[in-house]
Unconditional design. Structure first.
Length: 245
């Protein structure tokens, strides 16, 4: 199966007053459709920097990232048409209602009239927030805002969905709804890349893992491969052994 995301020898250097930090250091991997990929690593490992480069928000210092065959550094606008990104810090327009926001976002992607309305109705129902569609976003709970954020990301049916800590601050019920939607996206042949600090959640959800530490991918593979390579009982044990080496 061809890879829809190809990351080749990517580096990101950040200049400080006294030195240059290699936030991402010669990272290479590939992702295909119909799978969920987990990007795991301790704080400061380079996960968010890497995801922001994948989302075209940062340019690599060197190396190449292709999304659906498009070089994101050369054609970021074209690349954005086929991907979406949700960061842990993404803010919503809180003065708008839920429906107003989704209508606005959908129009930016060229969705119109019945198609847009059907898409909005479908996702509001899937995430169980239809009854709140006319409520101002400022009045929503953090869990509802996170659900709305994910709907915002997938409304235009992107081929690649990039999520930084998608279940952060959510309760068990809300997290499960997010998981179920991600599984549905997988079944619809989307490529999903998520970062997470929750090893149990990641183990249940992801097909393939990339463990990153100090800017480098230090381990990759499915659960069986990673636990076998590290002689571990589960993902958490494998992760801890890998980043402590």
């Amino acid at each position: 199966m061809p890879h829809i995301v190809q990351v080749s020898s990517v580096q990101k250097h950040i200049k400080t007053k006294n030195k240059i930090i290699k936030a991402v250091d010669s990272v290479s991997f590939a992702c295909e459709k119909g799978k969920i990929f987990g990007l795991l690593g301790p704080n400061g490992a380079g996960k968010t920097t890497l995801l922001r480069m994948l989302a075209t928000l940062l340019k690599p210092t060197s190396g190449q990232i292709l999304v659906n065959g498009i070089d994101i550094a050369q054609q970021p606008i074209e690349a954005k048409k086929t991907l979406s990104y949700m960061s842990e810090e993404t803010k919503l327009y809180e003065k708008l209602t839920v429906k107003e926001l989704l209508s606005f976002i959908g129009s930016l992607y060229g969705l119109k009239n019945a198609v847009l309305q059907d898409r909005i109705d479908f996702y509001l129902n899937e995430f169980e927030i239809t009854e709140f569609q006319n409520m101002a976003i400022s009045r929503l709970s953090s869990g509802m805002k996170q659900k709305l954020n994910l709907i915002r990301c997938i409304l235009h049916e992107p081929e690649v969905v990039i999520l930084d800590e998608p279940t952060s601050n959510l309760d068990v019920v809300a997290s499960q709804l997010i998981f179920e939607m991600l599984k549905q996206l997988k079944q619809r042949n989307k490529c999903i890349i998520i970062s997470s600090h929750n090893m149990l959640q990641a183990q249940k959800l992801c097909d393939t893992f990339f463990i990153i530490n100090k800017g480098r991918v230090v381990q990759q593979g499915d659960l069986k491969e990673i636990t076998s390579k590290t002689d571990s009982a589960d993902l958490e044990e494998a992760f801890l052994k890998t980043v402590r080496e």
